[in-house]
Design a protein around this ligand. Structure first.
Ligand SMILES: Nc1ncnc2c1ncn2[C@@H]1O[C@H](COP(=O)(O)OP(=O)(O)OP(=O)(O)O)[C@@H](O)[C@H]1O
Ligand SMILES: [Mg+2]
Length: 267
């Protein structure tokens, strides 16, 4: 089973759009069993799939209030695609002293950092899902560190631009420090999002391929109005506009990521 965290410290780079569409493509086009975990207090992935943070949300798991991950799972209208939602209560966890004592004697912060690794191990034991996909917030919060530590793969969506590249060096450093604790974590690659055909953008892309030290996927996701509309409509891009450029880009990327050949549909 793969556990994939979608991570970038920068906000607004397409993490959530990538997470919700990766989850949808795996479930609807590959027949995979997918658990999408919203690890962002903004709750955007939850809202996208119209999943309320009641009766339970991810914060309950960190606080030790959910007996089992299955208590928090909600189904979407897409077969095979389930969600654990999040809301603002996740943000409170990062405030000192807000975690309650652990009745089992483990320090609360240590238990919380392991929460998603424990969840992953339980999912493997139950053979419940083929993929866990975690949408992370644009910060090194307790939830995102817990997500990275539980991951087999980190995917870094990157909007090509100067500020975004600066943030990536810091992110790589932080992932490396988590890897000292969880050696199985690997950066699967950088996915260029909101791409458009412009010499400056292509220059940034070339620079990244040569200098980032990370795999940059051949497929990129173009800047496209249907993506914004699909977010407003709460429908994955491949359902909202199946033949749109962005739908083809996301399909091509998933194929490349899973080990198939990039079919060159990305313009
Ligand atoms: N390929 C695209 N084309 C056009 N708009 C896009 C594309 N990808 C994302 N967007 C838009 O950009 C905005 C930010 O996307 P998204 O919410 O996925 O970013 P994020 O990295 O998750 O942000 P945050 O850090 O706040 O969680 C959204 O309004 C989304 O609709
Ligand atoms: Mg987001």
């Amino acid at each position: 089973m793969k556990t994939i965290s979608i991570v970038n410290l920068k906000g607004g780079v397409g993490k959530t759009v990538t997470a919700v569409n990766l989850a949808a493509i795996l479930a609807t086009e590959y027949g995979a069993r997918v658990l999408l975990i919203d690890a962002d207090h903004q709750g955007n992935a939850s809202k996208f799939y119209r999943i309320p943070a009641e009766p339970g949300s991810l914060a309950d798991l960190f606080e030790g209030m959910a007996a089992c991950y299955t208590d928090l799972i909600q189904h979407t209208i897409y077969r095979g695609l389930d969600v654990i939602p999040a809301d603002m209560s996740l943000a409170a966890l990062d405030l000192d002293g807000s975690l309650p004592d652990d009745v089992h004697g483990r320090p609360p912060r240590e238990r919380a950092l392991r929460a998603l690794t424990d969840l992953r191990d339980a999912v493997i034991e139950d053979d419940a899902y083929d993929y866990i996909i975690i949408d992370c917030p644009p910060a090194f919060s307790l939830a995102s560190i817990s997500a990275i530590a539980a991951s087999t793969d980190i995917v870094i969506p990157l909007k090509p631009g100067g500020f975004e590249i600066d943030g990536m060096a810091e992110l790589t450093r932080q992932v490396e420090s988590v890897r000292r604790v969880s050696p199985s974590v690997r950066i699967a690659g950088v996915l260029l999002t909101m791409w458009y055909n412009d010499p400056d953008i292509i220059g940034v892309e070339d620079w990244l391929r040569k200098n980032s030290g990370q795999r940059v996927f051949n497929s990129h996701i173009r800047l496209s109005r249907p993506v914004d509309k699909s977010v407003l409509g709460g429908e994955p891009i491949c359902q909202w506009s199946p033949t749109s450029g962005a739908a083809r880009d996301y399909r091509a990327w998933v194929r490349e990521y899973l080990g198939g050949v990039d079919d060159g549909e990305t313009a």
